[in-house]
Design a protein around this ligand. Structure first.
Ligand SMILES: NC(=O)c1ccc[n+]([C@@H]2O[C@H](COP(=O)([O-])OP(=O)(O)OC[C@H]3O[C@@H](n4cnc5c(N)ncnc54)[C@H](O)[C@@H]3O)[C@@H](O)[C@H]2O)c1
Ligand SMILES: O=C(O)C(=O)C[C@@H](O)[C@H](O)[C@H](O)COP(=O)(O)O
Ligand SMILES: [Zn+2]
Length: 355
């Protein structure tokens, strides 16, 4: 069992990582709140697999449990589902002294977290993440929100959970595509910050990685937590966590949400940008080859068919844009990243080498 404290003053919380934690979730939640009623927000897949087990664990602590379930998939991380959640929270009689639990992948955490942030102007919530993306990244740091037709996560807020409960054993039922999806973000952490992690990923593969989840999750949560402590509002250092996302988010939107998973978009985005910056001499020679090799090892794309013009249509909505300036995140080498300010009209040359 590993616990990581995230120090954000009055918004501080702990992340607990432990195999089998799901069945003890009631005890952990009881340590956080005396409230009587919990709304558990989940998607159809996670509710079907684990909803009864979580409800049983929570009822051991005499909670009233109201399960709120929406269809699985990125395309449901949208305003229509958000409105349905508000209605169901209202029907369940949830008040500000109750708690919301988001139980699922990054879609559930982002959407349910945004519902928690905004319903009644804020109901406290706990994240119980069930995918790799959610366990290594999205459940930590308080970015919650929904996708809009104009782009990924275009409506949202910063709203920290009261706690994060991670049971790596839940990953056993995750389909291979979503293991690969999560590897996109894990590889990102290796790239921006942790060459040792990157080297571990080079040595492992789909078969052997399963014995390392606790370690990998702990490493990524620790790295993200420390960055968030220093820059919770994403004004500087936190932007490093967005490596690969400028192009990646545009890919997700361009093809229609859900065609490429988030991790696949980020993977292609990291490889495409690094190809450009290495060509410009900003990145150590050989970095792109090493990155692409590890991405392919975990079934991830290193480019997509969409033209630079198609992608540029959505890149302009990136949250790192300020007026006519944009911040890109680039690698100096594997394990070393930095912010690169550019003018927005220079962006076309950063999509693909030679374009
Ligand atoms: N807030 C943040 O900081 C942050 C960070 C990274 C990603 N994200 C967001 O997270 C989302 C992607 O998250 P995701 O990849 O977890 O997607 P997801 O939530 O759609 O989950 C992927 C699929 O796996 C299923 N699933 C979940 N847990 C399972 C389990 N244990 N066993 C079997 N199936 C399971 C889900 O039902 C879904 O079909 C994107 O919207 C992305 O923008 C947010
Ligand atoms: O927590 C962060 O900060 C991140 O950038 C983590 C990303 O992996 C994540 O996808 C995040 O949701 C992207 O945020 P956005 O501000 O670019 O929408
Ligand atoms: Zn991401």
């Amino acid at each position: 069992m590993k616990s990581i404290h995230i120090d954000l003053g009055k918004d501080s919380y702990d992340i607990h990582i432990e195999n089998g934690l799901l069945d003890r979730a009631g005890e952990y939640v009881r340590n956080l709140t005396k409230s009587q009623t919990l709304a558990v927000i989940s998607d159809t897949t996670v509710d079907g697999l684990y909803g009864d087990r979580l409800e049983q664990a929570l009822r051991k602590e005499h909670y009233n449990v109201r399960r709120i379930v929406f269809p699985a998939g990125e395309k449901y991380k949208c305003a229509e589902t958000l409105l349905q959640l508000y209605q169901e929270l209202s029907d369940a009689g949830i008040t500000r002294s109750d708690y919301i639990i988001t139980f699922g992948g990054g879609v559930v955490g982002d959407l349910g977290g945004f519902a928690a942030a905004t319903f009644l102007r804020g109901v406290p919530f706990i994240q119980i993440p069930t995918t790799i993306i959610a366990q290594v990244d999205s459940s930590v740091g308080g970015k919650v929100g929904i996708d809009l037709p104009s782009g990924k996560n275009q409506a949202g807020s910063f709203y920290q959970p009261k706690g994060v409960l991670i049971d790596p054993e839940l990953l056993r039922t995750l389909p291979l595509r979503f293991i690969h999806d999560g590897m996109g973000e894990v590889i990102k952490y290796g790239c921006i910050h942790d060459e040792e992690l990157f080297a571990l990923l080079e040595a492992l593969d789909d078969e052997t990685i399963s014995g390392h989840w606790e370690d990998i999750i702990g490493r990524c949560c620790e790295a993200k937590g420390r960055i968030v402590e220093r820059d919770v509002l994403d004004l500087g250092e936190r932007m490093l966590l967005n490596f690969g996302h400028t192009i990646g988010h545009a890919i997700e939107r361009c093809y229609g949400y859900g065609y490429y998973t988030h991790g696949e978009g980020v993977a292609a985005g990291m490889a495409m940008l690094t190809g450009v910056t290495e060509h410009m001499g900003l990145t150590e020679a050989g970095t792109t080859e090493r990155l692409c090799k590890v991405l392919r090892r975990y079934g991830l794309p290193t480019d997509v068919q969409a033209s630079a013009d198609d992608l540029l249509r959505y890149i302009g909505n990136d949250k790192k844009k300020r007026g006519n300036r944009m911040t890109l995140i680039i690698l100096k080498a594997i394990g070393q990243s930095e912010l690169l300010p550019v003018m927005a009209d220079e962006l076309p040359k950063y999509i693909r080498k030679g374009e």
